[in-house]
Every structure is written in structure tokens, then in C-alpha cells.
Design a protein around this ligand. Structure first.
Ligand SMILES: Cc1cc2nc3c(=O)[nH]c(=O)nc-3n(C[C@H](O)[C@H](O)[C@H](O)COP(=O)(O)OP(=O)(O)OC[C@H]3O[C@@H](n4cnc5c(N)ncnc54)[C@H](O)[C@@H]3O)c2cc1C
Length: 435
């Protein structure tokens, strides 16, 4: 059997990794539009710096997949989370509800009273805001969860379903009460400890799998965007932007389903209509530095304040000695946006200026001139937005491609909020499903 995989991010590479040993697999061709493999798990190199597209940490409840990722690394750092929420100039330990006593007394009372006497607790939650109100009460929702989620998603959480949030571990009443009376309680224990490659950034995980691909079976074609996909009888032909043709008996797509649907010759108007209704956001990643350290021994800071353009800033030095450079502190800054919104229309220099102003506003720089932005990149597909029609749209789309015999895999291939562990798990399941 000749297999074609569209896309060579973690999903494409791991699918090839699992499939290559299957009896009957003659060849696997991966077609990738970029000049390198890795997709969202690529690490960007700029001078002496290496950083990811958003800080990628290795953690999972799926111990088997976590082990697999850790085992392909040459070396790693095992770290303990130290994340904060910057709330009106105050550092509250993450997760917010577990460190309530840091809040000003009026906000603290609002959060704990509305948690203890919660009129929403017995309702069924059908959207994200209802879930927050039911689980955490009005105070925690309005003080942190609502503004932060509006900021990261660039979408009203009242129009998002509960897929994203129902996996949030619920703190007990007793934990929240302890946190309100002065104790900082650790929450979200499944990611309290995490690992990170000791060098090379998160891309080392993808490279680790890629190194184990058998060159006699697997061929990765770079710099070739998928342009047309055609099905004839039971075989698939892919034409790329470089005019290359590839033919296979099985087609697995890990490229965003929007890109596949644009290329697929048999895509009808009804399919395209459903695809056009899928919602996602994009991300700008800035790598910045200051000549001093004003954020302490912490990693990520969540910033609900809408006057600051970024929603998260992470101190890269925290990840280990190869990410630390003498005499400076380096940061990764994340700004989400949606097509044609106000942030998407900012020029590079306007965006950089607003990021620098954000540093000053949150107290990580004395003056904007102290912040140097080393690099700024934009990435179209960052987060799947679970709007209220997501499930129905994806059901239609999956049925369509299933009838065409095309297998969808990956974060945007399947259009689900999948982290690396889930991507690996799904690649393995797909391989098993092929019998
Ligand atoms: C900001 C951010 C932070 C994250 N943090 C974490 C984390 O801490 N831990 C974690 O486990 N996960 C994290 N993730 C998730 C992780 O990045 C994804 O699960 C994983 O990278 C998805 O891999 P993929 O192969 O499915 O998709 P992608 O990486 O998107 O791969 C798709 C590939 O298809 C290629 N492609 C697209 N269009 C075409 C075309 N027309 N022709 C050919 N090729 C094409 C792309 O170039 C890309 O290489 C994070 C993601 C983001 C955005």
C-alpha cells in the first residue's frame, strides 16, 4: 500500500512513525508546504535564541504518550510550574481560584461570597460562561475567567460550548475556602510538574520521531503546498505548488481542514459551506528581552487586563540553562487575533510598540525603550474555537471525508483542541484502526 500524508507537523510525522512498521505498507510520502517539519511544534531560531510558537510544555494524564515523547528526547529538564495571573498589578498564583486571598478585600469578598452562595450551581451548563458561573460562581467568573477567556479566544465565551472547559479539574469547596482564608492551594495537579527538552526547543520531540522514520519507506517532501487533491477509483493524486504529482492508495490529511477542502476536487458547496463556518484564531509570537529581570523566578503570566495587548507572557530563562543568556531576561509574548479584527490589521511596528507598552504596564520594564523585540512571527491556525455550531459542522465534514475514504488527523486536520499527547494518541489509534 502506498500512503500519502498531507502535512509534516507532529501529527503527520507520528502517523508515519506508527504506520511504517505495518505489514503491507510499501511507501509513505509526507507532503509539507514549509521548508521544515514540525508545524506548530517547530522551534524558531533567531541568532542565539531558540523558542517555540507559544510555550510548549510536556505533561499529560496519558502516561503512555508522555513516556513516548520523553523517550525520544536526548535530554530534558523536569520542572515545577510557577505560573501567575497578573490581576491589577497583583501576582495571584495560577489557578486563580486557589489563591484568592491575594486579591484586594472587596474582590476577595465578591469571589468567595458568590462561590459559597451560588444560585447557578444546580443548572446544566450549555456554554462556557454558564459552566464558569455554575462551577466557580459570579465573582471568580467576572473577575478573571470571563475577561481572560474573552481575551485569549477573541470570541464571546457565551457563544462557545463546554468542550474546552469540562475537562478543567473542579476545585473542592474546601480548597477554595482555604485559598480565601490565606492559604495558597496547588491546583490543576496534572500539570504542576512538566518537562521540556534541555536544548533545541519543543521541536526536539518531532525531530526525535522523525529520526526514527525508515528512509526506505518514508519520504518527506518539503516546500510543496498541497494544491489539488483528486480521487479516481480507489486512488488519490496530489498536485503540489511546485507542480509535483504524488499518487497513493490511502490519503491521510493533517493539514487544516480548510486547506484540504480548498484543494479537494470533489468538495461540493455544502461541504465548503460547513467548512467556512468553522471558527479559529491566529497568534502572533514575539520574542523579546530586557537587560534586567523584574518578574522573578516564574514561568508564565496570564494577563486578563484588556489594556495590555498580550494575554500571556512567559520567561524563557525558566526552561533551563540553554535558554538563559547572561545579562538579560528573555520572554515569549502571545497575542491572539482573528481574521480582519483590529489586531490583525496592525502593522508589525504598531504591534511591537503595543507589546513594549504592555511590558511597561505590567511592570516588567521600567521604560518601553528597555524592551527589545528580537523577532515577531504570525501563525494563521493557532486555536480551534468551539463555537456553538462546532460539533454539528465537524460531524458533517467528518462524514463527508469518511465517505471519500480520506482520513482526517491532527489538531486542525480534525479541528479539535488537541495537545501533543492527544495528537500522538490519535495517530496511534488511526494506525490500529487500519488493521
Ligand atoms: C500557542 C500554542 C501553545 C501550545 N502549547 C502546547 C503545550 O504546552 N503542550 C502541548 O502538548 N501542546 C501544545 N500546543 C498544541 C500543539 O502545538 C499541537 O497539538 C501540535 O503541534 C499539532 O500538530 P499537528 O501536526 O496536528 O498540526 P500542525 O502542527 O498545525 O501541522 C500541520 C502541518 O501541515 C502543514 N500544512 C498546512 N497547510 C498545508 C498545505 N496546504 N500543504 C502542505 N502542508 C500544509 C503545516 O505547515 C504544518 O506543518 C500548543 C499550540 C499552540 C498554538
Amino acid at each position: 500500500m502506498k500512503i500519502i500524508i498531507l502535512g509534516a507537523g507532529l501529527s503527520g510525522i507520528s502517523t508515519a512513525y506508527f504506520l511504517q512498521k505495518k505489514p503491507g505498507v510499501e511507501s509513505i510520502t509526507l507532503i509539507e508546504k514549509s521548508s521544515a517539519t514540525g508545524g506548530l511544534c517547530r522551534s524558531i531560531r533567531s541568532g542565539k535564541y531558540t523558542y517555540d510558537i507559544g510555550p510548549h510544555i510536556l505533561f499529560s494524564k496519558d502516561k503512555e504518550m508522555l513516556e513516548l515523547m520523553l523517550n525520544v528526547l536526548n535530554s530534558r529538564n523536569d520542572l515545577k510550574r510557577s505560573n501567575k495571573i497578573l490581576y491589577n498589578g497583583i501576582q495571584v498564583q495560577y489557578p486563580f481560584e486557589n489563591d484568592l486571598s491575594k486579591l484586594p478585600s472587596e474582590d476577595l469578598r465578591y469571589c468567595i461570597d458568590s462561590f459559597n452562595h451560588n444560585p447557578y450551581e444546580n443548572y446544566d451548563a450549555t456554554n462556557m460562561i454558564q459552566f464558569f458561573l455554575k462551577t466557580f460562581g459570579e465573582g471568580i467568573t467576572n473577575t478573571y475567567l470571563r475577561p481572560y477567556n474573552e481575551k485569549i479566544w477573541k470570541y464571546d465565551p457565551a457563544f462557545m460550548n463546554t468542550s474546552m472547559v469540562e475537562r478543567i479539574p473542579k476545585p473542592t469547596k474546601e480548597e477554595i475556602q482555604r485559598s480565601a482564608s490565606g492559604e495558597t492551594v496547588e491546583g490543576y495537579l496534572h500539570q504542576l510538574y512538566f518537562s521540556y527538552p534541555a536544548e533545541g526547543g519543543i521541536e526536539s520531540v518531532v525531530k526525535g520521531f522523525e529520526k526514527q522514520l525508515d528512509p526506505a519507506i518514508c519520504n518527506i517532501v518539503l516546500n510543496n503546498a498541497v494544491q489539488t487533491v483528486k480521487k479516481q477509483d480507489s486512488s488519490y493524486t496530489v498536485l503540489t505548488s511546485q507542480g509535483q504529482h504524488y499518487q497513493g492508495d490511502l490519503l491521510i490529511s493533517t493539514i487544516p481542514v480548510q486547506e484540504l477542502s480548498k484543494a479537494y476536487e470533489s468538495a461540493d458547496n455544502c461541504l465548503l459551506e460547513h467548512v467556512s463556518k468553522l471558527r479559529y484564531n491566529s497568534i502572533a509570537i514575539a520574542f523579546a528581552k530586557t537587560p534586567y529581570d523584574l518578574c522573578g523566578d516564574n514561568f508564565a503570566f496570564m494577563i486578563p487586563d484588556k489594556d495590555v495587548i498580550f494575554h500571556r507572557i512567559s520567561k524563557m530563562d525558566f526552561l533551563g540553562s540553554s535558554y538563559h543568556h547572561q545579562g538579560e531576561t528573555t520572554y515569549m509574548v502571545e497575542v491572539t487575533y482573528r481574521d480582519k479584527d483590529q489586531i490583525s490589521s496592525l502593522s508589525e511596528s504598531e504591534l511591537m510598540q503595543q507589546i513594549k507598552q504592555g511590558f511597561e504596564k505590567i511592570g516588567f520594564a521600567h521604560r518601553t525603550e528597555d524592551v527589545e523585540i528580537v523577532n515577531l512571527t504570525r501563525h494563521q491556525y493557532a486555536y480551534v474555537i468551539y463555537d456553538l455550531n462546532h460539533t454539528a459542522n465537524m460531524e458533517y465534514i467528518r462524514n463527508f471525508y469518511s465517505k471519500e475514504g480520506i482520513l482526517l488527523n491532527g489538531r486542525f486536520g480534525n479541528f479539535e483542541y488537541w495537545n501533543m499527547d492527544k495528537v500522538l494518541r490519535e495517530s496511534l489509534e488511526l494506525c490500529k484502526q487500519l488493521g
